[in-house]
Design a protein around this ligand. Sequence first.
Ligand code: SF4
Length: 321
Amino acid sequence: MSEKFKFLEIVIILTRSCNKKECSYCQVKKDYKVNKLENNLYQLIEFLKNSPVKSVRFLGGEPLLKYKKIKQIIKNLPDKNFIINTNGLLLTKAKSDFFKKYNIKIILSHDGQEPDLKINRYYTDKQIAVINENLINLENYQKQTQINLTVSPQTIDNLYNNLAYIYKLGFKKINILPVFYQNWPQSQLRLLKLELSKILVNLNKFKQLELINLKSFSYLPLFKNSLLIDCDGNIFFSTAVIEKFFHQYRKEFIKANMMILSEKKKNYSELNFKEIEDYNKKIDKLIINEFSHTVITSTEKVNRIFENFINKYLKINKANL
Ligand code: SF4
């Protein structure tokens, strides 16, 4: 019998809404406001119970807008490993304490120091104060927290300082995440190289740094090996489906409906490799058609710069072992 493809993760979109002014680089289609999934929570919990996939990620919009539902899901599924991707604005002390108690991994998106929080994220002074307070709430929980440090052509000149800032706050798991679907002009690519080499030269200042998943930079969809359940209960095989450009094509990519599968006590955990490959190829083609040649090639250049950085980073780390 041929080997099967197994999903590594189930991604849940309880809402596509966000609690803040839209970030300049946000790709999520937020005006698709359907709440069928949260209204069928029992079926969702049963579906997850029947699935052998261990890892469950809450993605949005801002998932913490649905904190009560998330709490219910977590409490009912002690055998799963949960991850929450959040902008951190709603991460109050009570929520942090709950996540600590249940050992939930938090992935918080952050742009670094104060001026950069205003450039693409448009944070107000009040929101910056809330974020700072919420980062303090995560004290003693930094080990389970990952910071996605977003870098854009507009903030690249501060990458080194922003990394140092996050590290100094106590967060050691850091994922440097360049923005996708944007043109990176030559001058900003040069700055990216410069900032990354500054990090390499000063690695001794970041002894406990754990750089996450640095090989996954790509203009192609993230979390490709995930099964995504959208806010309408439909099942897809890629997170690209929640993006703005994708909305017009979504119907042809629906693979099943969670509520129907749950009633039949069925789950989707493995597929033929060919089926997932064809699905991904179709999505990749749409992305390449959608974005200009300039955007695609400049993002490929960013990928290459990062790959180069990682190789050097690994070499230095090995030499220091
Ligand atoms: S915080 Fe996240 S979901 Fe909200 S607008 Fe920004 S990138 Fe989009």
